[in-house]
Design a protein around this ligand. Structure first.
Ligand code: MN
Length: 203
């Protein structure tokens, strides 16, 4: 069932995250949503999400994206999230799944560069264009065999060479929320989170 993993892990009377029960609107012409949420949970990571088939396909990227085409960033698949999750910024309470501070780090739309997204996902190579506020241009997510002892396949997030490629570290240069211009520590302070822990995820 769609979003079953997502809902099983969360208690919606405790966390402020969306339950994902809003009706999915299927409009004939609609840009596909893209979001990256910076998440200071037990480990800092960037949740990379692409709208597809009424959900947000999701990967956790520990180091965040790199604009340098020679840098491959590990992207671990995680459960599909509801579309309305793309606007979630705030604090997930202690003891809950993913407890910590969440920031909308980048947001916009994406365009597949492949004729068949489902087929590309099955084959493990999805090429796409991002139209975000921080990330733009051509990217690829490519599946590899698992790393180390992990039998789970991993993916790599890689920038393609184009005019948006750069050597600057975008995670350091642009650390603030695209929704509220806040740092992680600001979000934690204003929404009752662990400020010191959140601050450890700010540059
Ligand atoms: Mn996360």
């Amino acid at each position: 069932m769609v979003l079953e993993d997502y809902r099983r892990k969360r208690r919606f009377h405790v966390t402020g995250e969306p339950a994902g029960d809003a009706p999915v609107r299927r409009r004939p012409i609609k840009a596909l949503a893209y979001v990256i949420q910076k998440h200071r949970a037990s480990h800092l990571h960037y949740d990379f999400r692409l709208e597809w088939n009424g959900v947000m396909l999701s990967w956790a990227v520990p180091k965040g994206p790199s604009l340098d085409p020679s840098v491959k960033r590990l992207a671990t698949p995680v459960e599909d999230h509801p579309l309305e999750y793309a606007d979630f910024e705030g604090v997930i309470p202690p003891g809950e799944y993913g407890a910590g501070t969440v920031m909308v780090w980048d947001k916009g739309t994406w365009v597949p560069e492949v004729p068949d997204v489902d087929d590309a996902m099955r084959k493990g190579e999805l090429k796409f264009t991002l139209r975000g506020k921080k990330l733009r241009g051509s990217w690829v997510l490519v599946r590899t065999r698992g790393f180390g002892r992990s039998p789970r396949p991993s993916w790599l997030l890689v920038k393609h060479r184009d005019r948006y490629a750069a050597s600057a570290d975008i995670t350091v240069e642009a650390p603030r929320s695209v929704l509220s211009n806040r740092l992680l520590a600001d979000i934690a302070r204003e929404e009752g989170g662990d400020v010191a822990l959140a601050a450890s995820g700010d540059p």
